[in-house]
Design a protein around this ligand. Structure first.
Ligand code: HEM
Ligand code: HEM
Ligand SMILES: [Fe+2]
Length: 488
């Protein structure tokens, strides 16, 4: 897709960082669509295991589904940061040319990795396959050549962002953001080493997976949320920054040792049962704070915003994060419960709601903010003539679709834990028996039904993103000033 197809290059008022951000957003949405496509295929393969068997096996479909997700979310985050960096630093992006080159290298590398996944689906697990084909670590399966490339790309990105802030202005938001990027990039290294000991391998792999989504990604979206609230509703910077500090402290306080909830059954010492159970049970607390913060601030401004779709998605993020990560995570985080639910569809239920609720939502919010400016700072509040239904319907269909899948998976997961673990005592045959029960299969069926709802949602979303604001002539709504003085 060309840039021109996405936004009006002649009339655009975006700065170089924002231009680059648009590229990242386009790439992210293409991968989001791919994620959904492969999700639907994987869901159908549960109902009909012969589907594409020996052509496009479930293992490969699932891998593309979740790796596309991780990459599109990271691209969405990178785009969001490039979008806000110049405004926040009050100076032009440092190294814009290099940053553009970086985008293309990264995108081509991602495409090559996916094509290799699809063409070389099976083969021996050798050092050569680790280097060239697939590293075999769920969610971050990229082969080592790509791993090294990713590290270089991330370093360039970090240079662009940190140097821009260093030459320009620092703020509370940018300070937290830059420190968080150091942690986020550093953690990726933990997922790059090979050891034949599966316990040791998993031990380090979780440093990436858990510490990303439950610590550094959460902090990152906290920064984006803070910035987004200032933009969409004119929230007071001092208030959002104070909230950000509180949330970050709580997030790291619980999320870092909360890592232990993945060390229950993988051959690590037993003390992790206590540490993991205790600290991960505290993890929902900062997520409650985030809901309170977002809703309180929006309510204080009477939900008057200059960008309704973006604000709606920011609120969807606050609730989605709280329910998907906080509530659905809490449900199975105590070792006494996890003993039964571990690795069942219960986990998949939580995985879907958490990733969608916490991360898909906020990237979509940022894209709506970006599109508004790219289309010439046009009106995007209520009363959108003609096509105002599209963003509302895509918001509804995507959220209902994912929530429906989550509930369906929960039913399957419940039945699976009950039959396989509680009744039959985790035997090999119980594993298969559980997955043939009626309740389990009905959940799998309903997952696909809601999968189609989700698919309809993304089709509408992409259509809306391509068109919203194009024919709008009214300028962006002015945010009302707060009547009462804001306490310091
Ligand atoms: C946005 C943040 C979060 C995301 C995106 C997320 C996502 C996921 C995903 C995808 C898995 C499955 C990993 C695998 O393939 O094995 C998982 C596992 C798990 N998550 Fe989360 N999660 C988040 C936050 C939380 C929180 C806050 C808690 C606890 C309060 C939690 C508790 C758990 C537990 C206990 C497991 C292990 C499940 C098992 O034993 O099979 N998660 N999470
Ligand atoms: C059309 C919609 C979708 C369908 C039909 C679908 C289907 C699937 C299937 C069949 C799996 C494999 C589960 C297994 O191994 O048992 C899966 C895994 C996963 N999907 Fe989706 N998916 C969809 C959309 C999404 C969305 C929107 C997200 C998040 C933004 C997402 C995140 C995940 C994650 C994190 C996993 C790994 C879960 C785990 O290992 O526990 N999916 N999905
Ligand atoms: Fe975790």
């Amino acid at each position: 897709m060309t840039e021109a197809a996405v936004y009006d290059v002649e009339n655009q008022k975006v700065n170089p960082g924002q231009r680059l951000a648009m590229n990242y957003f386009v790439a992210a949405m293409v991968l989001f669509a791919a994620q959904i496509l492969f999700g639907v295929i994987a869901g159908l393969q549960y109902l009909n295991p012969d589907l594409l068997y020996n052509q496009l096996d479930f293992s490969v479909v699932r891998m593309v589904h979740i790796n596309a997700m991780v990459v599109w979310m990271l691209m969405g985050f990178i785009g969001s940061i490039y979008w806000l960096v110049e405004d926040e630093a009050e100076r032009p992006l440092v190294g814009a040319g290099l940053a553009h080159l970086n985008f293309w290298i990264l995108s081509v590398a991602v495409a090559v990795v996916v094509v290799v996944y699809l063409f070389v689906q099976i083969g021996p697990g050798e050092l050569q396959s680790i280097w060239l084909i697939n590293e075999g670590r769920e969610y971050i399966e990229a082969p080592r050549w790509a791993d090294i490339g990713i590290v270089v790309c991330v370093l360039i990105f970090f240079y662009n962002i940190a140097a821009t802030f260093m030459k320009g202005k620092w703020s509370g938001i940018s300070g937290v953001l830059v420190l968080d990027l150091v942690a986020l990039a550093g953690l990726y290294l933990a997922g790059m080493w090979f050891t034949p000991n599966i316990s040791a391998d998993q031990h380090w792999w979780w440093w990436v997976i858990h510490l990303w989504v439950e610590a550094t990604w959460e902090v990152l979206v906290g920064c984006i949320m803070a910035w987004g609230l200032i933009r969409t509703i004119g929230a007071d910077r001092r208030i959002v920054t104070t909230w950000l500090y509180i949330e970050v402290a709580m997030m790291f306080g619980s999320g870092i040792l909360g890592l232990g909830h993945h060390y229950f059954w993988i051959g690590t010492p037993e003390y992790w049962l206590t540490i993991g159970g205790f600290f991960s049970a505290l993890e929902p607390v900062p997520l409650v704070a985030m809901v309170v913060h977002a809703v309180y601030d929006s309510g204080r401004h009477g939900f008057k915003s200059n960008n309704h779709p973006a604000l709606a998605w920011l609120i969807a993020h606050a609730f989605g994060n709280f329910f998907g990560a906080g509530v659905w995570g809490f449900m199975h985080t105590l070792p006494q419960i996890n003993l039964y639910t571990h690795g069942t569809q219960w986990t998949a239920s939580h995985g879907h709601l958490a990733f969608f609720g916490a991360y898909a939502t906020i990237v979509i919010a940022m894209i709506y903010l970006a599109i508004q400016k790219a289309r010439g700072d046009v009106w995007m509040s209520g009363d959108l003539p003609g096509n105002g239904w599209r963003w509302k319907w895509s918001l509804a269909l995507l959220n209902i679709g994912v929530l429906g899948m989550t509930m369906a998976l929960l039913v399957s997961g419940y039945e699976q834990s009950f039959t396989e673990r509680a009744l039959e005592g985790s035997t090999w045959s119980a594993y298969f028996q559980a997955q043939q029960t009626d309740w389990f299969m009905q959940g799998m069926y309903w997952r696909v039904v809601f999968g189609w709802v989700t698919t309809a949602g993304i089709v509408l979303l992409l259509w809306d993103l391509l068109t919203i604001g194009r024919t709008e002539t009214r300028p962006i709504a002015q945010l009302p000033k707060l009547a009462e003085a804001v306490p310091a």
